[in-house]
Design a protein. Structure first.
Lengths: 175, 175
């Protein structure tokens, strides 16, 4: 079953010409949330996974439910200054300006098998930064999992070119 | 089983004299995450709940796993400017300065039975603002659920005085 019907499109947000794909209607719907998390966890249930890593903030929403259901731990990648222990971090480019994500240095061990989780892949800049952080401490990324892919923005293709496997539950073209 | 052993304490964060209770070690531990989410969902499984509402960002981490496991929908309360649809919002006082949380206007219907979820209750300012938002659109809060309570900071007591039922999985005194 496609989850597309649970996702609301809001035109001209956050600026004119943008079709914003809103996952809050998916989350709000008991059936939608079941279908979404079940589709993700069914994909990884037979695989040996050590951690699900979720990117702040919407990656937290999906990542912990997936980690709990798979019976593995969850690792948050956070915006700067939010994690209390020793961290590693990485700066990355946005369309306008820069951003940074951080991870606890001891969150992932050498060889850990990781699912990277976020709500959406657009240009892929955040995912690429997350991959660099995780691999930098020796984590092995089994798959990068997104609820939504906007393929016209090229992020999934970029991850494939870097040797990674992006997976998404649904795609919206023409964005 | 107490979840206390999974929580790491980091002294003098974010400033001298503060004992920071770090839930990332709980999340990171597959068993810790199971115990935590199971204890919360066991408490509400026999109750009729419509939505779990989680407060950005750590309330997202626990809230969606709880909502999914209970088979209900999840509603995020977000920092300003993050929700794409029409919102209601509320400003509230912090120890230093002000903050604001927002909710989609159509996220909760009159009479919906709600569990409010956050990682921690300290002075209770954020929880109180969340309660006002939820009740303002007609939601009925069945319980306010926290992973950690710092009772010396008085938040849980304040919620009780307002007629609410705060529940927490563990308490750290002397903070």
């Amino acid at each position: 079953m496609s989850i597309t019907k649970y996702i609301r499109t809001i035109s001209d947000y956050p600026k004119p010409g943008i079709q914003f794909r809103d996952i809050t209607t998916l989350l709000n719907d008991a059936e939608g949330l079941q279908v979404c998390i079940n589709q993700i966890t069914d994909r990884y249930r037979e695989q040996e996974i050590d951690h699900v890593v979720g990117i702040e903030a919407r990656g937290f929403i999906f990542g912990t439910a997936v980690a709990y259901t798979l019976g593995v731990g969850f690792v948050p990648l956070r915006k700067p200054g939010k994690l209390p222990g020793p961290t590693v971090g990485i700066d990355y480019q946005l369309e306008y300006g820069e951003d940074r994500i951080e991870m606890h240095t001891d969150a992932i061990r050498e060889g850990d098998r990781i699912i990277l989780m976020d709500d959406l892949i657009a240009t892929g800049g955040t995912a690429e930064a997350a991959i660099e952080l995780i691999e930098g401490v020796g984590g092995r990324i089994i798959e990068c999992c997104f609820v939504i892919d906007l393929p016209d923005l090229g992020g999934a293709q970029r991850l494939r070119e870097l040797g990674h496997s992006p997976f998404s539950l649904c795609q919206f073209e023409g964005d």
